[in-house]
Design a protein around this ligand. Structure first.
Ligand code: ATP
Ligand code: MN
Ligand code: MN
Length: 301
């Protein structure tokens, strides 16, 4: 039997079976990080990223020419992703439905990267029931005048207040400026109820400490304060997914951390796409293995 010669190709498929073209294209010009390095990062962390980011509707930040050029936020397939990036029809408010994207495999993740994706953002509900959120998230957005220490103390304050209502929370550093305080939910309550809870909770915090917090979107009201962005808790809204890279300088990543660790961090952009091995190791640690897991329902407020 004649041996079949391997095809001569400039790019070979990675373990997920996806061929990444233009591996040498520089995506992060500051550090000359390439599309190949980004793809290798995602291939490595797929096993720890997919349990949370997989099987929920996602939006992508695609920057085909690199982060310094035009990027776009994409919610729907433009017809070019193939089969490994899957689709789910979700009803629109005004009738009809739209096909949303989701991934449930390394191949899906890598296909998105092949298509120029840097960031992965996801809904707060899974495809099994998109009307019933499986998490609350409070996205803490500090005014420019504040430091990371202010964000950290705010995050601990939310942790305390939510604990008083019986909710266990987990912090995520975004790779940008802030922290997300995440309370996993056993799906049950629907979006309007979850949004109402989040809005009332954020408003109450801002009313109790108006010098520190605001629940108003306007930048003017944010001066010297932390905006408690509760709007991630409405139907169709997304938040950055754990382990997503960010289209910011030096390719930082969003990282699940413990409350203990948050005490000693001095930035929300501590890790970057070169840290895949460290992420895999961390994820096995006892304290992080349970990150994002809690069997709890939305409390009364
Ligand atoms: P940071 O810590 O720097 O605030 P972040 O991920 O929280 O990082 P935000 O600017 O607070 O960034 O954005 C909150 C969320 O809004 C994002 O995580 C994303 O899911 C969503 N978002 C971002 N850009 C768009 C967009 N163009 N259209 C719709 N939603 C977006
Ligand atoms: Mn934010
Ligand atoms: Mn925000």
């Amino acid at each position: 039997v004649a041996e079949v010669p391997a095809p001569v190709a400039s790019a070979t498929p990675d373990a997920s079976g996806i061929t990444i073209s233009n591996r040498d294209r520089v995506i992060f010009p500051e550090g000359k990080l390439t599309k190949g390095q980004l793809a290798d990062y995602y291939e490595s962390i797929a096993p720890i990223m997919l349990p949370w980011a997989g099987s929920r509707p996602i939006s992508l930040v695609r920057c085909p020419q690199g982060r310094a050029r035009k990027c776009f936020f994409q919610k729907h397939d433009a017809g070019s992703f193939g089969d490994s990036v899957r689709q789910i029809a979700i009803a629109e408010k005004d009738g009809g439905s739209e096909p949303y994207l989701f991934i449930d495999s390394p191949a899906g993740l890598l296909t998105c990267v092949q298509m120029g994706t840097i960031e992965f953002h996801g809904w707060g509900a899974r495809i099994e029931d998109v009307e019933k959120p499986d998490r609350l998230v409070f996205d803490l957005d500090p005014d420019e005048s504040l430091g990371f220490a202010d964000v950290v103390s705010a995050a601990f304050h939310l942790n305390d207040m939510l604990a008083q209502m019986g909710l266990t929370t987990f912090p995520l550093v975004t790779g940008g400026k802030g922290v997300h305080v995440i309370a996993p939910l056993t799906p049950g309550a629907e979006w309007p109820e979850v949004k109402d809870f989040a809005q009332r909770f954020a408003t109450a915090l801002a009313q109790a400490e108006p010098d520190r917090f605001t629940a108003a979107l306007s930048k003017a009201k944010r001066k010297g304060r932390i905006f408690i962005d509760y709007l991630r808790n409405q139907r169709g809204a997304t938040a950055v997914m754990p382990y997503s890279a960010r289209s910011r300088e030096h390719a930082p990543i969003a990282v699940p951390i413990t409350w203990q660790e948050l005490r000693s961090l001095d930035s929300a952009a501590t890790w970057h796409i070169g840290d895949a091995a460290e992420m895999l190791k961390r994820a096995q640690s006892k304290s992080l293995a349970q990150w994002g897991r809690a069997n709890q329902m939305l409390p009364e407020l």
